[in-house]
Design a protein around this ligand. Structure first.
Ligand code: NAD
Length: 278
């Protein structure tokens, strides 16, 4: 652990989807690890017991404090329970990091009704449920010591742009992250609850493996080349780029920032076009 002032010293953070669906680092796992490195006590929530435990073990191995908890954040009772577990272990919730998100490739003709409903539940209803469960805790904290809390919601550039692959349900669910974020930020500003979003761009995480066929790529490397060509600098971002943005928004360094969506995309959405056939 680094010495000196840590950016999340004395804070307690819930990170949802804190594991990773494949080997290596996903956004949630990197964020949970970075939060812990910066002094936060972390509740690492994942629906996969193995993934939650892997995140916990990685954090504890670095000298951090973490409790793993298994929950599906699209189910209200499980969300209520995870907040109770956080309070039982750490006594407060300063940061809620809503990282969970799943994708299904397809446009309106290929997307099943079941997949549409599942993505809406996992990607956006989950944010409503976690905020509904955590905000009363943050309001109590504000009453007690003037400290509300910070909420960070992970969106995606697919929610604001065509990204070269049909992702109808994913894009629609991510498109709802920004308005949800603004609603909460404005309603609870006086109680010092900040709420911001990260609009993440093309990243190299285990999650993107499922996109290979959609890119018409023979192998993983070809898909990576195609994705890298979209990026102005020629290379995708990493989970640590999202983690660093999340750390800033979660920390007191962002005390006067609320209701914003920070685009973390290497400049992709500032271009005039994305070549679908690249
Ligand atoms: N990888 C990219 O290029 C990219 C780009 C933009 C945005 N994002 C967003 O980043 C976020 C996470 O990315 P990641 O790489 O960490 O993903 P990931 O697929 O590795 O998922 C992280 C964890 O979430 C868990 N999870 C899935 N559904 C859950 C549920 N209902 N309840 C609890 N846990 C659940 C998984 O088990 C997994 O361990 C998502 O919101 C995603 O949409 C990713």
């Amino acid at each position: 652990m680094r010495q000196g002032r840590l950016r999340l010293e004395d804070k307690v953070a819930i990170v949802t989807g804190a594991g990773s669906i494949g080997p290596g680092w996903g956004n949630g796992k990197a964020t949970a690890a970075l939060f812990a490195r910066e002094g936060a006590k972390v509740l690492a929530v994942d629906r996969s017991p193995e993934a939650a435990e892997e995140a916990r073990a990685a954090i504890v191995a670095e000298g951090g404090v973490c409790v793993a908890h298994v929950a599906d954040v699209s189910i209200a009772a499980q969300v209520e329970r995870l907040v109770a577990v956080c309070l039982e272990n750490f006594g407060r919730v300063d940061v809620l990091h809503n990282n969970v998100g799943i994708a299904v490739v397809g446009g309106p003709l290929e997307t099943s009704e079941e997949d549409w409903d599942r993505l809406m539940a996992v990607n956006i209803k989950s944010m409503f449920l976690t905020c509904r469960a955590v905000i009363p805790v943050m309001l109590d904290q504000f009453q007690r010591d003037g400290r509300g809390g910070a909420i960070v919601n992970v969106g995606a550039i697919a929610g604001i742009r065509w990204t070269g692959v049909p992702l109808l349900a994913y894009a629609a669910s991510k498109g709802a992250v920004d308005p949800l974020t603004k609603q909460i930020a404005l309603q609870y500003a006086k109680q010092r609850i900040r709420c911001n979003a990260i609009t993440a761009g093309f990243l190299e995480t285990p999650m993107i493996t499922m996109l290979r066929d959609a890119y018409g790529a023979d192998d993983y490397e070809e898909m990576m080349r195609k994705r890298n060509r979209h990026i102005p600098r020629g290379q995708m971002g990493t989970p640590w780029d999202v983690a660093n943005a999340a750390l800033f928004l979660a920390s007191d360094d962002a005390d006067f920032i609320s209701g914003q969506s920070l685009v973390v995309d290497g400049g992709v959405t500032s271009q005039s076009w994305i070549d679908s056939n690249a």
